[in-house]
Design a protein around this ligand. Structure first.
Ligand code: NCD
Ligand code: ZN
Length: 345
């Protein structure tokens, strides 16, 4: 076994870059290994809802990245949030501003979804999805529903009929079930047509619900969708490492400052960017499928989005290191623990 791994630069198809000082802190971390990343629109105080927002946010991202732009090539892929108020005209405008996708957060299921979509079945929202289909924009779904008498761990399963409805009604709309977290979700994505794919995070390949609430409350492992059972995690590992092009990397790296995590009503989201390539190598190596890693990180996502493959490479070397307890104002995933591989910079 070699002690050096070279991979094409990644496409991270699900990233939270935030705004203000957090944007400055976290963007360079992802740009170390990703050639492109999908910039999620659930930002505050300004959500990304229109073409104007897209241009403004892209500008913020490029400004934050200025100091490293000379050494590294990094391109943010822009998105807008689809709410009940999003019209076909807004889709056309966002497309002109360069948005590649629209993201739906169903109401109340995750961080900053307080104005999320209430109803997937209204005729007006169908017009909006049709406009996306015609514009060639992807529909990215936070695939969970907050229903009465539905446990947080069942929210993905109760969303799946909605995914089926959308996939059948809009056969030419490319749909991504973001951060799939259950065996049921994996099976559904496999069964549905070519227009449906899913992103998988590194942390859902590592965690079960036990790691969130089973040994004391561990706020730095708390995220949406909540990590599930061992069997679900097995299904995710199998899907990620199997070479099925419907499953590709979307890290959902989601930094929150330490004080927002370590409190009575802690925010959901895990900051995985500082350990992402290293964790993925460990997981794929352990599964005996290191040979499938590059397709997962750097090919299948690009192909589904209809993008050329990234230029350039990243190198990892076998070297034990300890993940820092804090990076800037954020506690990273696996803080204080040892990892066996290290990104070489
Ligand atoms: C994300 C965030 O913090 O913005 N949180 C999370 O737990 N994953 C939002 C999301 O992707 O659900
Ligand atoms: Zn996310």
């Amino acid at each position: 076994m070699s002690d050096r791994i070279t991979l094409r630069r990644f496409d991270d198809m699900h990233c939270h870059f935030r705004m203000g000082h957090l944007l400055n802190e976290v963007l360079p971390v992802t740009a170390l290994y990703a050639g492109r990343a999908i910039a999620m629109p659930n930002t505050r105080p300004r959500a990304i809802l229109t073409g104007k927002d897209v241009s403004w946010y892209r500008d913020q991202i490029y400004r934050a990245g200025n100091w490293f732009a000379k050494q590294l090539s990094f391109e943010p892929l822009m998105t807008i949030e689809i709410r009940d108020s999003t019209t076909p005209e807004m889709i056309a405008e966002a497309k002109r501003a360069g948005a590649v996708a629209g993201k739906v957060y169903p109401l109340g299921v995750t961080t900053n979804s307080d104005e999320g979509l209430r109803d997937f079945f209204r005729p007006e929202i169908s017009d909006t999805f049709r406009a996306m289909e015609e514009a060639g924009m992807l529909l990215l779904l936070h695939g969970e529903l907050d229903q009465e008498r539905t446990l947080v761990t069942k929210r993905e399963e109760v969303f799946l009929p909605t995914l089926v409805m959308l996939a059948k009604k809009f056969p030419n709309l490319k749909i991504v079930l973001e951060h799939v977290s259950t065996r049921a979700g994996i099976e559904m994505v496999k069964q549905l047509g070519k227009n449906v794919a899913a992103t998988i995070t590194a942390h859902h390949l590592c965690l079960t619900l036990n790691d969130v609430i089973g040994y004391g409350i561990q706020p730095h492992n708390a995220c949406n969708p909540m990590p599930k059972d061992f069997d679900d995690r097995d299904a995710l590992i199998k899907a990620a490492t199997s070479g099925n092009p419907k499953f590709f990397l979307g890290s959902d790296t989601a930094p929150h400052t330490r004080d927002k995590k370590e409190c009575a009503k802690g925010a959901c989201g895990v900051f995985t960017a500082p350990v992402l390539p290293e964790l993925l190598v460990e997981i794929f190596e352990q599964a005996g499928h290191l040979g499938q890693l590059e397709d997962f990180t750097s090919r299948f996502g690009a192909e589904f989005y209809g993008l050329p493959l990234n230029e350039g490479e990243v190198v990892l070397v076998k070297r034990e290191w300890v993940v820092p307890k804090q990076i800037g104002s954020v506690v990273p995933f696996r803080a204080g623990t040892k990892l066996q591989w290290k990104l070489s910079q």
